[in-house]
Design a protein around this ligand. Structure first.
Ligand code: NAD
Length: 521
């Protein structure tokens, strides 16, 4: 693979941090220093929130939320559309901040900006329709009218990870805003500047200061405080933390949506277009250096085309441009932290030691960036190896041959996770049938991730240990609402009239139910 160190200036201008950091609600006087994964250089001294700051954030968000809800869905939508435009206009600076904080390739950073803009457009255009009161059928036709309303829950807590620091920190919250809620958000400690750069634009788009606030600090303390205060807790991160968050919310009888880890399978059928499948596998395995919840770590390939696919894939991986830096030249950036590197190295070393073959990659590249690791393809991975079942969350994928599609299905479903999958075949109908039997919240046919994730009308989320609830689509907005049914009775009441025979009433009811059944009412 081509691997060079980028010559681009690696640091953000100090003025960027000075402008953004005051937007956080953080008065402890303490700071947490962050460094860029690109070169380990100092990025920012991030002010830390106290629990009093969190209380103040929730109190002011609660006070501001009713007026935000009163604005109406159409006006809120207009402000989301203004945010869309500001995101596109500011994409160069946003990409600089994202790359500096996360170390991802610039093309991956820009994809985040696009995904967030598309989310703003989707809910900006459609939220009013999703929230419109619906008429439903009452007990008896003509006698009972049912109106279903969706009210905002209040203040939504949003807790997000570092891997997609812009869109994971904001996309869910945009749906909450569109539904009339306020938001208190806690980004990961490594990527606070990105979350604040988004917040700056949101305020410029007309979202009042108190309606979206960002607090900072360690997950165990400030994240927990958000779980203890929100009217809905929206969490994206690891399965281990998500379980704690879900329990914490459940204890308060507050709903949570949990977007968690994955060990995602991709199936290449014998009739697949192999060029397209190889291309998709590159995107699906190595976007964001594999630090993507939906990325593929298990590739199942029909034995008839296995050797052909493997050779083409390995050649394509070897040709990837591994070049961490701010400019556009790199296809793969660096891992974001020492902890990520440790996990990735441990999985590769464990597999190597137990007999797997490293077909390409497999090396730490400190000459490029402190935590850079080569895109890696493994063969001969067996059940006793850590990377067989555990999420690596890095640029490491294992290849496995299969003989029948039933076997491929069984292998794909052999995981406690169930987030994302892909099927590659020229026979779309057969591929869709296979896809619907894979136990994952999203399955892409002839694309890796973007077909489902980029289709904002498609619900996205995990089965099994990959999470609870769905983001995107109407589901992604309605989860932030309380559903209310208002029933209006016209004319006669629904019980036996006072003084009437109860037995006679039961007979009338029985007749009425039979008629309704016969008329399919
Ligand atoms: P993490 O669970 O360690 O941290 C995520 C967030 O939770 C951070 O903001 C952290 O500060 C906070 N946090 C930590 N402990 C907490 C606690 N006790 N209470 C409340 N908040 C707490 O996850 P991570 O390592 O930062 O992220 C990587 C993981 O996220 C991977 O497993 C990945 O698959 C998953 N992920 C999932 C999705 C998805 O949509 N399903 C998207 C991105 C990442």
């Amino acid at each position: 693979m081509t691997a060079t160190r980028s010559d681009a200036a690696l640091l953000l201008p100090d003025a960027t941090a000075r402008r953004l950091l005051p937007l956080a609600r953080a008065t402890s006087g303490e700071t947490d220093a962050t460094a860029s994964p690109l070169d380990g250089s100092h990025l920012a001294d991030v002010p830390q929130s106290t629990l009093d700051d969190v209380d103040a954030a929730f109190a002011s968000a609660r006070a501001a939320q009713p007026a935000w809800a009163e604005l109406g869905a159409s006006e809120r939508g207009r402000r989301l559309l203004a945010f869309h435009d500001l995101l596109l206009a500011a994409q160069a600076e946003l990409a600089d901040v994202i790359v500096a904080e996360s170390g991802k390739a610039r093309k991956d950073a820009v994809e985040e900006v696009f995904h967030l803009a598309m989310t703003a457009r989707y809910y900006g255009q459609y939220a009013a329709g999703f929230l419109r009161p619906q008429r439903r059928r009452g007990v008896f036709l003509g006698l009972t009218r049912i109106d279903v309303h969706h009210h905002p829950k209040g203040v939504v807590s949003v807790i997000s990870p570092w891997n997609y620091p812009l869109t994971m920190a904001m996309a869910d919250g945009l749906a909450a805003l569109a539904a009339g809620n306020a938001v208190v958000a806690k980004p990961d400690a490594q990527t606070v500047l990105t979350a604040l750069a988004g917040l700056e634009l949101l305020r410029r788009a007309g979202v009042p200061d108190d309606v979206w606030q960002v607090v900072t600090g360690p997950g165990g303390e400030i994240g927990t405080a958000l779980v203890e205060r929100g009217d809905h807790v929206c969490f994206t991160g690891s399965t281990a933390t998500g379980r704690k968050v879900g329990v914490g919310a459940a204890e308060r009888l507050v709903a949570s949506s949990l977007e968690l880890g994955g060990k995602n399978p991709m199936v290449v059928c014998a009739d697949a277009d192999l060029d397209a499948a190889v291309d998709g596998a590159l995107r699906g395995c190595f976007s964001n250096a594999g630090q993507l919840c939906a990325s593929f770590e298990r590739l199942y390939v029909a034995r008839a085309v296995y050797a052909d696919f493997r050779d083409r894939f390995v050649a394509a991986v070897a040709a990837l441009e591994l070049r961490p830096g701010l400019d556009w030249t790199g296809e793969v950036g660096t891992l974001t932290s020492a902890a990520q590197l440790d996990k990735v190295q441990a999985h590769v070393e464990d597999a190597r030691a137990k007999g797997a073959t490293v077909l390409v990659g497999g090396h730490h590249r400190p000459d490029l960036a402190p935590w850079s690791f080569e895109p890696t393809v493994l063969e001969g991975v067996s059940e006793d190896m850590e990377c067989f079942r555990d999420e690596t969350f890095g640029p490491v994928v294992s290849l496995y041959p299969f003989d029948t599609e039933e076997e491929a299905l069984a292998l794909a479903n052999d995981s406690t996770y169930g987030l994302n999958a892909a099927v590659w075949s020229r026979d779309h109908a057969r591929a869709r049938a296979l896809a619907s039997r894979i136990r994952c919240g999203t399955v892409n046919v002839n694309e890796a991730i973007a077909a489902s994730f980029g289709s904002l009308s498609a619900p996205m989320g995990g089965m099994g240990q990959s999470g609870l609830g769905r983001r995107q689509g109407p589901e992604g907005l309605l989860r932030f609402t309380q559903v209310q049914a208002v029933a209006t009775q016209r004319g006669m009441g629904l019980g036996a009239p006072t003084g009437a025979s109860r037995e006679k009433f039961a007979e009338v009811m029985t007749g009425a139910l039979k008629v309704m059944r016969a008329l399919r009412l």
